[in-house]
Design a protein around this ligand. Structure first.
Ligand SMILES: Nc1nc2c(ncn2[C@@H]2O[C@H](COP(=O)(O)OP(=O)(O)O)[C@@H](O)[C@H]2O)c(=O)[nH]1
Ligand SMILES: [Mg+2]
Length: 206
């Protein structure tokens, strides 16, 4: 990353999780700072520009209803996975099945070629319903530890700041992964041009 592009980043983000965990609430909270209660069940891609830590971030956020088909060949998620630079995986702290589904989604995503290290964050939503909790914070934290990603417990209903942290955390990871790819490409380029120079020298000697 050099020059003006050094502080710009395009980030395609997919928000995944079972129905009613608050994917749309979380997305809309991030985009508008508001919680409106009911969101319907439609698929949406939102475009959003923000400045984070002095970087211009252009988000494309794909919020879609859950689909049980997690077979790589037939799942409607296939296109989304290939499009994504990062994932927000959401469950509800009051819904054990939604937590189990996050584990399945992680495996599904990681099975795609080149997606093993794709940036992800895990989000336990509906923290305001602590009295109905069925998933412990530690369980979310442990799951995140096993795949080396960040973990957040939030309430899209009650708090904007924690939701902002989720997208911040993901952007940090996407930034790191894009920088690492560029660095690798840079090193490969140097190795390539050095090999070309040495190859030329060898032929000069013949
Ligand atoms: N108490 C509480 N309810 C929430 C929260 N986030 C979403 N909801 C509610 O959960 C339901 C499902 O939310 P929605 O965003 O449509 O879920 P989605 O199907 O995953 O997109 C709606 O009734 C929301 O008002 C939250 O943080 N706390
Ligand atoms: Mg929704």
């Amino acid at each position: 990353m050099t020059g003006l592009n050094a502080l710009k980043l395009d980030a395609n983000v997919v928000v995944l999780g079972t129905d009613r965990v608050g994917k749309s609430a979380l997305t809309v909270r991030f985009l508008s700072r508001r919680f409106i209660g009911e969101y319907g069940n439609i698929e949406s891609i939102y475009s959003h520009n923000v400045v984070m830590d002095g970087r211009d971030i252009h988000f494309n956020i794909w919020d879609s209803p859950y689909c049980q088909d997690l077979s790589m060949e037939t799942s409607p998620y296939e296109k989304k996975v290939q499009w994504a630079n990062g994932f927000v995986l959401v469950y509800s702290i009051c819904d054990r099945a939604s937590f189990n589904s996050v584990t399945k989604l992680i495996q599904f995503i990681k099975d795609f070629p080149g997606m093993d290290k794709v940036p992800m964050v895990i989000v336990g939503n509906k923290r305001d319903l602590n009295h109905r909790r069925t998933v412990l914070s530690e369980e979310g934290r442990m799951l995140a530890l096993t795949i080396d990603c960040k973990f957040y417990e939030v309430s899209a209903a009650e708090n904007y700041h924690s939701v902002l942290m989720v997208f911040h955390g993901l952007i940090d990871r996407i930034w790191e992964s894009k920088s690492a790819i560029k660095k690798q490409a840079g090193i490969k380029g140097i190795v390539k041009s050095m090999s070309a120079v040495f190859a030329r020298r060898r032929t000069d000697l013949l």
